[in-house]
Write a protein that binds this ligand. Structure first.
Ligand code: ATP
Length: 213
C-alpha cells in the first residue's frame, strides 16, 4: 500500500517551516509523496494577501527540486470555500486502496472541531500532526477524546490501514510563520533565509506583500 501525504495550507507565502516539515515526514514515514495543496478560498481565515496564482507559483518554485514533493492545485480550481473533506473525498475515489495522510500543524489540529464535516475526515484519511513550537497536544475536551479513540503511538499504523488514525510526529521546530514574513516584507525588510531564494525573488518581483498588512 502506498502512503500519500497531503499538505494543505494557505502558503501565503510558503516558507522553510512548511518545507522542512514536509521533507521530514516524507523521509520518516516513508511516504510515496508529499502533495502540497495551496488552498483556494480558506473558510477559516481572512482572504490571503497574495493571489491564488502567486501562492501556487511560490509552492511550485519551492518544491520543484525535491523528489517526492508534488503540487496539486485542485482546491484553487474549485469555486467557493475549499474544504479538506471535499478534497479528501476526491482523493479517496482516485486512490481507493492507498493510505491517505493529511498533514497538519498542531495549531491547525487544535482548530479541527470547527472544520466542515470533521467527523468524516478520519473515515477518509489518517491525520498526521506535526508538532509546532509552543503547542501542546490536547488531553481533554473533544480533541482529547478524539485522540483517545484514534490516536496512534506507532507510525506503522499509517501504512497498515488506509484511514482512521491520528499520529503526532515531532518535526524540527522552525518558528517561521507566513504572517511574520508578510509583516516583515510590508515593513520593507528582506525575508532572506526564511524561504527558498526563488520564492523570495517572486515576492520581490510581484510586490505581493508590499504595503500595509
Ligand atoms: P499564517 O501565519 O498566515 O497563519 P502559516 O505560516 O501558519 O500561515 P499556513 O499556510 O497557514 O502557514 O500553514 C499550512 C500548514 O503548515 C498548517 O497545518 C500549519 O500548522 C503548518 N505550519 C505552518 N508553519 C509551520 C512551521 N513553522 N512548522 C511546521 N508547520 C507549520
Amino acid at each position: 500500500m502506498k502512503s500519500i501525504g497531503i499538505f494543505g495550507g494557505t502558503f501565503d507565502p510558503i516558507h522553510y517551516g512548511h518545507l522542512r516539515t514536509g521533507f521530514e515526514l516524507l523521509q520518516a514515514l516513508d511516504l510515496s509523496e508529499v502533495r502540497f495543496m495551496p488552498s483556494g478560498e480558506p473558510p477559516h481565515r481572512n482572504k490571503p494577501r497574495a493571489s491564488a496564482e502567486q501562492r501556487l507559483a511560490m509552492v511550485q518554485l519551492a518544491t520543484e527540486s525535491q523528489e517526492g514533493f508534488t503540487v496539486d492545485a485542485r482546491e484553487q480550481q474549485r469555486t467557493g470555500p475549499s474544504y479538506s473533506v471535499d478534497t479528501l473525498r476526491e482523493l479517496r475515489l482516485e486512490n481507493p486502496d492507498d493510505s491517505l495522510c493529511l498533514i497538519v500543524g498542531m495549531d491547525a489540529f487544535l482548530g479541527l472541531p470547527k472544520w466542515h464535516q470533521q467527523r468524516e475526515l478520519l473515515r477518509l484519511a489518517h491525520i498526521i500532526v506535526a508538532h509546532r513550537p509552543g503547542w501542546k497536544a490536547p488531553v481533554d475536551g473533544p480533541l482529547g477524546e478524539l485522540l483517545a479513540r484514534h490516536g496512534s503511538s506507532s507510525m506503522q499504523a499509517l501504512s497498515e490501514t488506509t484511514c482512521d488514525r491520528i499520529y503526532i510526529h515531532e518535526v524540527t521546530q522552525l518558528e517561521i510563520s507566513s504572517t511574520d514574513i508578510r509583516e516583515l516584507v510590508a515593513a520593507g525588510r528582506d525575508p532572506r533565509f526564511l524561504m527558498p531564494d526563488s520564492v523570495r525573488a517572486l515576492i520581490q518581483t510581484t510586490g505581493c506583500y508590499r504595503g500595509v498588512e
